[in-house]
Write a protein that binds this ligand. Structure first.
Ligand SMILES: C[S@@+](CC[C@H](N)C(=O)[O-])C[C@H]1O[C@@H](n2cnc3c(N)ncnc32)[C@H](O)[C@@H]1O
Length: 339
């Protein structure tokens, strides 16, 4: 099971502050979180209303986004190695990339610049790096652009994104935002990028071409601390699992690739007579399937992992697992170096 937490130092910082609030203040913050959640459901990708909702962001959206990003960088670090000289956290909010740098120093080395046009979030949590209010006049070579829940809001074009050598984009797991990312994927390929994750191939996105509303997303399990559970008790929504959509791309040279391997892109679906789970390995919409007659207790694969499948039987869009099929999760020994 893929489990994520809020990075320890941030969790401690928030816990101390949260525990100092009176009940009345805690309830006010909870009401703001609900209002802000409604605001973010607008499909147009409305601006983050920092002025009135900074505490709601700090205690709810910030830690949850950090748990999501930590899970992404953890799985990325398992399978890829790369280096950049410069890192840009674009639409940085509180400055999440600095926190990830401390947790994943090998993956995220380089000097750090935040681009954030609001001055409200920059003082909410101590960060190290240069803050800019606007996009700089040029992006230096060997730069990584990180957009955490900011690309749809900022509406940055593929041409502008192409000034980075590598990109990590995360967005909410909604049909609207995720399908925008899926469409961006082909524009990035046209701009000379190779997609590193979640896709294991450079062909068209099967969910985009074979479905009108499906969206590619990841799901992880979230382990909250007691202070967060206290906050969550005041909310109608619970967060035992967290979802997000993402895209990682680079113009760097890859020493190998994942062609032939698959990403698990769905939860386990129990149906009459079989169990299915969506996987992606090329431009076809595919499901691994375990027939009840062959498997009493079919395997369930963790959403989001990379696997190798051998000896399956292809039937329409199903990859049928038989008693001789082998499904193996790729380990850290199967790592791709990007130069
Ligand atoms: C949803 S927040 C995400 C914040 C942070 N990256 C995170 O993951 O928690 C989007 C951020 O993008 C910033 N933003 C939106 N448009 C911008 C622009 N044109 N230039 C710089 N920042 C912008 C907003 O102020 C906000 O902080």
């Amino acid at each position: 099971m893929r489990i994520s937490k809020v990075p320890y130092k941030v969790d401690q910082f928030l816990e101390k502050k949260w525990n100092l609030f009176a009940e009345k203040e805690k309830n006010e913050i909870s009401k703001q979180i609900i209002q802000m959640s409604h605001h973010y459901q607008n499909p147009e990708g409305l601006e983050t209303p920092w002025q009135d909702f900074s505490r709601a962001y700090l205690f709810y959206f910030f830690p949850l986004n950090l748990a999501r990003g930590s899970a992404l960088f953890q799985s990325f670090e398992k399978h890829f190695s790369w280096t950049h000289d410069h890192l840009f956290d674009v639409g940085a909010g509180i400055g999440n990339l600095n926190i990830y740098q401390k947790v994943f120093p090998n993956l995220l080395s380089g000097d750090l610049t935040f681009i954030e046009h609001s001055s409200v979030p920059t003082d909410l949590f101590p960060t190290e790096g240069k803050w800019l209010k606007k996009w700089p006049s040029s992006i230096p070579p060997k730069s990584l652009g990180f957009f955490s829940f900011s690309w749809v809001e900022m509406k940055t074009s593929a041409k502008e994104l192409a000034s980075f050598e590598s990109l990590v984009l995360m967005e909410p797991s909604t049909s609207n935002s995720a399908r925008k990312l899926m469409a961006l994927r082909s524009e990035l390929i046209e701009e000379g990028f190779q997609i590193l994750a979640p896709c294991t191939h450079q062909k068209s996105c099967p969910l985009l071409i074979h479905s009108q509303k499906d969206w590619c997303h990841d799901r992880i399990h979230f382990e909250p601390s007691p202070w967060f559970l206290d906050l969550e008790d005041r909310l109608p929504m619970k967060n035992r699992t967290l979802t997000f959509s993402y895209l990682v791309a680079t113009k760097g040279n890859l020493k190998s690739n994942f062609t032939g391997e698959a990403r698990v892109i769905g939860d386990t679906l129990k149906e009459k007579g079989k169990t299915r789970q969506a996987v992606c390995l090329d431009d076809e919409r595919r499901f691994l399937s375990w027939l009840k007659k062959d498997f009493k207790n079919p395997e369930t694969l963790d959403h989001g992992i990379l696997i190798q499948i051998d000896g399956e039987q292809e039937k329409g869009n199903e990859l049928r697992v038989t008693p001789t099929t082998r499904i193996e999760e790729l380990g850290p020994d199967r790592k791709i170096e990007i130069l």
